[in-house]
Design a protein around this ligand. Sequence first.
Ligand code: FAD
Length: 388
Amino acid sequence: MRRILIVGGGFAGVSAANAIAAGLSPRRRIQVQLVSDSAHFTFTPLLPAVASGSLDPASIQVPLHDALGDQVEFEMDRIETIDLSEKVAHGAFEHPWDYLIVAPGSVPSLPSDAWESSVQSFGSATDAIAIRETLIHLTQTPEHSDAPLRIVVIGGGPTGVALAAELQSFLFDELIQDSRAREAAEVLIVEQEGNLLPSLPTQMRELTERHFKAKNIQLLKGQAHSPFAGGIHVDNTRIEAQLVIWCGGVKPSPLLEQIQLPRADDGRLVVDENMRAQFGIYAVGDAAHSDCPWSAQVAIQQAQVAAHNALSDAYGRSHRTFSYSYTGDILTLGRSNAAVFYQGFAFEGKAAQTLFRVIYAAQIPTSVQKLRVLRDWMGARRGARALI
Ligand SMILES: Cc1cc2nc3c(=O)[nH]c(=O)nc-3n(C[C@H](O)[C@H](O)[C@H](O)COP(=O)(O)OP(=O)(O)OC[C@H]3O[C@@H](n4cnc5c(N)ncnc54)[C@H](O)[C@@H]3O)c2cc1C
């Protein structure tokens, strides 16, 4: 029996696997296997809410066995190399393929190893939990609760903005009640381009900068460098901070360096309009080079095309080409606000927040996690303490 192998259980991998399963012909059987180094699919757009304690990590981590259709076989393994001539992916086990879709995503790109000891990365549920725990420790333990508190988020793109807004809510709506401590606490966001959200429409940027001003989230323009235990430098200024978080960018999964396929300057695999790298292998999501943003929206759309084309290879049908269809932007601005950009129009406030929640809850693949997310949010609205 022919076999389609998908490496990576994120937005791209899960979408591709389920699209293939939906397109299988009962008369021409094909085995579909997804291999990932994690047992869960993580719904990354809601990680900032996990860092701020308003969502339980389990609410946004979907077991891959549940996220994948019955016709997809899931195996947990970390792929270390991919042998193109033998058509085998090697991890702890060997995974042969006839058709391969590569979707291992990306990882935070801290500027050097030296940063790892003093700067917190933000790319996974583990990172989000570490941030939440650090903030609780910094505000709730007696030895810290009197000291002025400064949190620095490096990177004013969508992830940094969402995180800074959520952490501001966490600190000021929940963790710090004492008025002197509130005056001495701040969240600061560093952006080298000078403006927040340089890649998003101007209206989103203006609306977000207004929100940040109102909430006293400081924007510092400049280049972050030379971190030290207890802070970071921005241009010529030394900034003391209890927690510095990297949201300054991502790089492709290190797995791509182990595959003998052409890569672009950003390290991602070069693909054609069918999402195909060389040797009939498909690459999608953050692992595939394109002009599109590194986003879940793009990953899902590319995965649909690669899934169709991999099945077409097996069934001898014609290929589809990828063309990105931009549907808008949506961004949390903390526990009680969000920003939405749709069809040239940007808005914030309660309506935007409701839309944010409805859209994201709907996109979570399983009913159990959808209900958990709604339960967490409803608990917060009724005034229950967040999940600390
Ligand atoms: C904090 C954060 C917030 C974000 N917010 C948004 C947002 O609001 N909207 C948006 O559109 N995008 C957002 N993104 C970006 C979005 O998550 C990515 O663009 C998207 O996940 C890319 O999908 P992917 O499938 O390529 O990678 P991923 O979703 O990262 O999935 C890759 C999978 O491959 C697995 N894997 C990696 N290496 C291996 C290996 N060697 N062997 C086996 N498995 C492997 C990983 O464990 C992971 O499960 C955010 C990202 C982060 C980190």
